[in-house]
Design a protein around this ligand. Structure first.
Ligand code: ZN
Length: 114
């Protein structure tokens, strides 16, 4: 069985707000929300390891139609489910080809932008 490491990237990223049609310099990026401070839209992020844009979501913003980026082997994996756990303090993600993966409610996960 393969390994999964979900989370966020950190190096060589580009941050774009489509609504404002602006590329944000890193020091203008709100890293608590990963949203544009001007309009509130989710930022589209170009990370080093894929040509697809990603969005940074917490589990309550995700659903089973999202694809998560696996930093272990730099590929997207399909979600099969997002289940609240421990009174919403944690979430269990069902990850295709892997199984369940537990995350905290405030953990940002890089997902494929669609
Ligand atoms: Zn904006």
């Amino acid at each position: 069985m393969s390994s999964v490491r979900l989370g966020v990237g950190s190096i060589d990223e580009e941050y774009l707000c489509r609504q404002c049609n602006t590329v944000l310099p890193e020091n203008k990026v709100n890293k608590k929300t990963w949203c544009c401070d001007s309009c509130g839209d989710k930022l589209l992020i170009k990370i080093e390891d894929t040509d697809h844009r990603i969005v940074r979501l917490i589990p309550s913003e995700m659903n089973r139609f999202d694809d998560v980026f696996n930093y272990y082997d730099n590929e997207f994996l399909e979600l099969k489910g997002v289940i609240e756990h421990d009174n919403g303090k944690e979430y269990i993600l069902g990850v295709a080809g892997y199984g369940s993966y537990k995350v905290k409610k405030n953990d940002f996960i890089d997902c494929r932008w669609k």
